[in-house]
Design a protein around this ligand. Sequence first.
Ligand code: AP5
Length: 225
Amino acid sequence: MRLVMLGPPGAGKGTQARMLQERLGVPQIASGDLLRAAVQDRTQLGIEAKRYMDRGALVPDDLVLKLIEERLRKPDATAGFILDGFPRTREQAEALAAMYKRNGALDRVIALNVPDEEIIKRISGRRTCRNCGAMYHLVFDPPMNQNHCNQCNGELYQREDDSEDTVRMRLQVYAAATRPLLEYYERQGLLVQVDGIGRPEEVSARILKQLGVDALNSAKARTKA
Ligand code: AP5
């Protein structure tokens, strides 16, 4: 299954993509994670990308496409993927379609709807594990120890682009460059809009219902019985 998670910063794309990858058995591929790894490794691409990321702007398409194309060529992505944070511009969406033009690029595009004020709350409380990438929220999903990961005891940190001013900039960039993709995918009959408010498990159940995964699983269970 090939899915795209669309939505504003902090809407819960990463949280939901991680839950879905377990359920669907295809990897989450997050452009933001790939870029942050390049920044941490101080590659030429990472050094250039950081200039844009720090101020909440989009990294130029050619840099992002290079990373994504390389990642999609890995064997674990042949059975499918959940793209999280990509595509974000019309150019990226068209490049993705061109990569898979022979057999249809995508099965569904899931758009998570969350109002801006909720987004600011979610992002300002987010903490991420430096070691394993696990994500927490100081109020909604607090770690047992405020500074360390429940799973690996790694240090928790706040992303540099998560200050309120930068988040407001990221929201503006989303509205100008990425929101038009909703209409682009709607016209292709791929868009599924999901209410992103509620506990992560509730949002996940809504997504699975839209994908027909529950129906699929019960049909399999019936066949086995
Ligand atoms: P990226 O890393 O993609 O950030 P983003 O899209 O701004 O999204 P976030 O990761 O902030 O949020 P999310 O929607 O994944 O929410 P999450 O699940 O973490 O991009 C960062 C930067 O990289 C960009 O600004 C840009 O510079 C660059 N970039 C990346 N991709 C690019 C591209 N394709 N082109 C160009 N540039 C690109 O949840 C947020 C918080 O809320 C967490 O604390 C979580 O625990 C909590 N939470 C989640 N769900 C719920 C819930 N249901 N209820 C309560 N809390 C919840």
